[in-house]
Design a protein around this ligand. Sequence first.
Ligand SMILES: CCCCCCCC(=O)SCCNC(=O)CCNC(=O)[C@H](O)C(C)(C)COP(=O)(O)OP(=O)(O)OC[C@H]1O[C@@H](n2cnc3c(N)ncnc32)[C@H](O)[C@@H]1OP(=O)(O)O
Length: 232
Amino acid sequence: MVAADGDRGAGVTVRGYFNEDLSPAELEHRTRVADDLTADVRRLVSATVLTDTDDDSVAEARRHIAAATAALQRRTLDSDHFGIRYNSDGSRRHWGNAMVGRRNPIAPPMVLHHDAERTWAEFELGAQYEGPGGLVHGGVLACVLDQVLGSAAEHAGAPGMTGTLTIRYRRATPLGPVRAEGRLDRVEGIKSYATGSVSTADGVTVEAEGVFILPRWARAADGDIRTAGGDA
Ligand SMILES: CCCCCCCC(=O)SCCNC(=O)CCNC(=O)[C@H](O)C(C)(C)COP(=O)(O)OP(=O)(O)OC[C@H]1O[C@@H](n2cnc3c(N)ncnc32)[C@H](O)[C@@H]1OP(=O)(O)O
């Protein structure tokens, strides 16, 4: 367990780790509040991309958005990021994560599933993820695969920071439902090699290979990397 933000022990300092002591009831409550808020903001983002309404309606919406922002800012976290928050029962939250953060409306969100061999997620990439017309942005697909391959390595017991991610875009990915999956291929010392893909109903559109490296500070401390992972 990390004692406080940044304290990695063994003289190693890394940002982004916070101990919390939430009761199960409080955690459940915060989870529900986060899910509802994030879903609302996600709908707002989508509506912003797709609106074709008149100027008065846009002005009205902006007044509401300003009021909503002010309400949320009445009290904020002590840090400029959500980080990895550890609860008393040992579970972790990384609700700010760009791909899976349950309090991050930028996250699609991907809900990851794991079995003995694979990590996968089925989710929607809508209008806010557009690159070429009607198609998913390539950088978003790289981000998706970074997360899925990294999580697959972590879940298989060989976590690491992304060292190299190689993406092959085989064909365009239309906006809409996708499936992403990854698996750990092999481990060589501190390096984990994972592979995976994104597919649609018509088959694989993107393939990826990643090298995930247990960073020097984790090797120096206790071999326990908690850089990006989390349970919920
Ligand atoms: C739940 C998890 C989900 C995760 C999903 C999201 C993942 C992320 O987004 S992580 C963020 C993006 N990645 C980063 O910011 C990483 C930044 N880079 C670093 O921190 C470091 O360069 C790091 C950790 C990759 C390697 O640094 P360090 O531990 O000092 O490596 P070092 O001791 O020099 O080298 C160790 C070995 O790795 C190899 N190596 C080093 N860097 C790389 C690299 N970028 N790619 C491939 N191999 C590398 C070296 O050649 C060496 O190999 P060997 O032992 O065979 O000689």
